[in-house]
Design a protein around this ligand. Sequence first.
Ligand code: BGC
Ligand code: CA
Length: 353
Amino acid sequence: MKKSLLALSVVAASFALFGCNKPAEAPKTAAGETKTAAELPKIGVVIYKGDDNFMSFVRNAIEKAGAGKAAVSVLDSQNDQAKQNGQIDALIAKGVKALAVNLVDPAAAASIVSKATAAKIPVIFFNKEPAADVLKGCAQCWYVGTTSSESGVMQAKIIADSLKAHPEWDKNKDGKIQFVLLKGEPGHPDAEARTKYVLEEMSKAGLKPEQLELQTGMWETAKANNLMDAWLAKHGDKIEYVIANNDGMALGAINSLQAKGYFKDPSKFMPVVGVDAIPDALAKIKEGTMVGSVLNDAKNQGAATVELAINAALGKAPTEGTAWKLDESKSVRVPYVNINKDNLQLAEDVYKK
Ligand code: BGC
Ligand code: CA
């Protein structure tokens, strides 16, 4: 008797347990996506400046690659490091399991690392490379970007090839190339490396670059447009090449040139080269107002950032189950690709929405 009572109560208890579980399970299935979304790992993403042309494509790629796999919140730091620090505090307080950080100021990496480390949250830096020792000193930190110097080297190759095909672009026939250079944000590893390497490689290729102007357009179309207006007023046709650290600024230079009557007929031409291969630049390459660009692969950089962040959030090795490889500096470096009018399609595919 006693035995069967005990057996009954065990059965009753398991029914009770089951009964308790069941109502909790049922709404989950019925509610479907909402419940599932709440269970996805929370990833906090901060972007240095929301209206940066290139970063808007990286943001899209992050959101696309994260869809259904992570609950991704993206915040715009509006080019203000203090604001970004506050956003990181807020994301940590909200319980994110990993952070993806596009720094405003590359020098701010160390303080972000200490906040994240204190909260035991892994950090994937992306697009603006932090100093190597900061990454090294943080067990749960990685970087996704490119090898910055590569874009300068590749841009020089576009310039060299174009001059081989068009020796007449050395307008004053002095065997040197009088150039103006639109630099990105000073201190940004991409801006510094692109500027250094494009000029070094031009020299190595025997092009004898001669600088007429070199100033920062802060990656922005409007600033570059103004600079080009001033440079054209000062140097006019003495300028033989316009080199821009990114396409946003190359497009600004082209606006300025078009306003001064360039590109109307073949006798009024100015070679302009950029980096990124964003769709607006591809359109210019197609129409012949831009010589070429270097593809900065927003799609794969965004995808790698979110894939590493999800793994880190789940406590896995950052590249587990992905196609990405970390180099000796704990970084995934997505390769650049040279783009001219013969292989535009490649960049069009990368920037497809
Ligand atoms: C891109 C620029 C962009 C910058 C933002 C660079 O890699 O080429 O277009 O403005 O990143 O940090
Ligand atoms: Ca010349």
